[in-house]
Write a protein that binds this ligand. Sequence first.
Ligand code: NAP
Length: 324
Amino acid sequence: MGMADAKQRYAVVTGANKGIGLETVKGLASNGIKVVLTARDVKRGYQAVEELKREFGFSDLVVFHQLDVTDPSSVASLVEFVKIKFGRLDILVNNAGISGFNTDGMVSVHIFFYTLSVLFLSILKSFLKNDLGFLFTPGFGCHPKINWKELPQTYEMAEKCLTTNYYGAKETTEAFIPLLQLSNLPMIVNVSSEAGLLKYISNEWARSVLDDTENLTEELIDEVLKEYMKDLDDGLLEKKGWPTYLSAYMVSKAAMNSYTRLLAYRHQKLCINCVCPGSVKTDINRNTGILSVENGAASVVRLALLPNGSPSGHFFTRQEVSSF
Ligand code: NAP
């Protein structure tokens, strides 16, 4: 066991080499928390740590350790690292996540046509020289935003999405619970999404299972996810009342939300909440979000720093408690 400093607080942030995760590390470190910045890719992780040190000089407050949340041996090795180095864990931020789509092609197609049309319209405008100029300002009519409804989702992508967003967070959490239980204020923040609210799942069986915290078990969540994958495979998503766009992402976050409630119910000493950071400009949505990463991460950091006796088992939309 490491030599834990009673006053120092220790945190782990998953998926922290960029986006909301990286900004959460900054927020925690600037509050004096010792943070393990984790990334599945070692090079990207070290680069992020170096960048933080150059920009903010967080020196010994930020350390790096590899973590791929979908790889149990990677999770085990991180837990061992934290155990040896700090002896306990105070804050776990489950932030790592994927959209479940390959948005690359889709966005470049949009950007390609957008660029073409802007070019075409500016040439046209120079010929016309009339007062219809406002029609030709970039962004009018043909915006390079992602049309999520058009994005195809294969079985493999959906599976990877559930494995990362739900099972990854769940297995990381389970592995850290013994070290969290050594903290006098154990905190878990699950970075979720409003896309996972139960109102988007019209499959009544799934919704009632996920909403019944008292009787919920990990096995029941597994059953819901298995049924979802089966219906996806059989082409029955719409018929069976599952979300039909951003589908696996929504289901993965719904599972994460229910798991949060289950854990809060089971471990009364834990403070565990989930939060939708809002629509944030990051790679996950090809920077089509509205809020800055600073703004998005602020909601996560606020929950990670809640004082003793704070609410647990809640879903927050940014700073406000909202309904599951
Ligand atoms: P992002 O910039 O794409 O960051 C996602 C992070 O997760 C990256 O560091 C990525 O690592 C990491 N990751 C992916 N798979 C992983 C794995 N198997 N193991 C470990 N790390 C993994 O997107 P973001 O917006 O910051 O997303 C962070 C969280 O916020 C996600 O859970 C997302 O669902 C949630 N969220 C975001 C928004 C939004 O508007 N941006 C809204 C609601 C919720 P690589 O760099 O190696 O890919």
